[in-house]
Design a protein around this ligand. Structure first.
Ligand code: AP5
Length: 217
């Protein structure tokens, strides 16, 4: 299965991608996670990406496309993949189409997850993550331990630098302006399915599976 999860920041793309990865044994490809790792390791890409990410702006297309080109060519992508947070602009989507054509592959579906803005802000401002293993916590739905030490790996639990109010608001604006046009792009290709993301994690997961089944995938 080759799938894109589309949706605004905080709708649950990463959460759902992990469940799909586990059930279908295909990798989650999160450009956000890849960029955060590059920033942490202070690579050339990380140094270029850092200031865009801190402001909630998109990292330039050419950097992202190179990153994806390399990743999709990896052996573990041969049986499929879940793209989480990519593409985010029309040029990225066009580059992906070209790349898939080169590799003789086809997308099976694009699932858009939708959640109201107010809920998104609540989810993101309460999110906490483990700096080391990336485990996800939420002050409301899944509170971290009071010592803020990750029970899974012993890492420190922190707030993502782009999860502050001003940056969340910019990320949502950037989504409306630069990423939302992808809905029409994939709808015209007959690939877009939309699911309600304002339900518990398991219910959203079932809705995604149902949307894919409707497509006969
Ligand atoms: P990225 O890491 O992709 O961030 P994002 O799109 O803003 O997505 P998030 O990780 O915030 O949200 P999500 O939808 O994955 O939700 P999650 O499952 O975590 O990108 C970060 C930055 O990198 C960008 O701003 C940009 O600078 C750069 N970048 C990345 N990709 C790029 C690209 N292609 N081009 C250019 N630049 C790029 O859930 C969020 C919270 O909600 C969690 O606390 C979770 O526990 C909770 N939650 C999830 N589901 C539910 C549910 N059903 N009910 C209640 N709570 C839930």
């Amino acid at each position: 299965m080759r799938l894109i999860l589309l949706g605004a920041p905080g709708v649950g793309k990463g959460t759902q991608a992990k469940l799909i990865q586990k059930q279908f044994h295909i990798p989650q490809i999160s450009t956000g996670d890849m960029l955060r790792e590059a920033v942490r390791k202070e690579t050339v890409l990380g140094r270029k990406a850092k200031s865009y990410m801190e402001k909630g702006e998109l990292v330039p297309d050419e950097l992202i496309i190179d990153l994806i080109r390399e990743r999709l060519a990896s052996k573990d992508c041969q049986n499929g993949f879940i793209l989480d947070g990519f593409p985010r602009t029309i040029p990225q989507a066009e580059a992906l189409d070209r790349l898939l054509k080169e590799l003789n592959l086809e997308l099976d579906g694009v699932v858009e997850i939708k959640v109201e803005q107010e809920k998104i802000i609540q989810r993101l401002s309460n999110r906490r993550v483990c700096q080391r293993c990336g485990a996800d916590y939420n002050l409301i739905t899944n509170p971290p331990p009071s010592d803020l030490i990750c029970p899974i790996c012993g890492g420190k639990i922190v707030q993502r630098p782009d999860d502050n109010e001003a940056t969340i608001s910019n990320r949502l604006e950037v989504y409306e302006r630069q990423t939302k046009p992808l809905r029409d792009y994939y709808s015209q290709q007959g690939k877009l399915k939309t699911v309600n993301g304002d339900a518990n994690v398991e219910a959203v997961y079932q809705a995604i599976l149902e949307a894919l089944r409707e497509d006969g995938k």
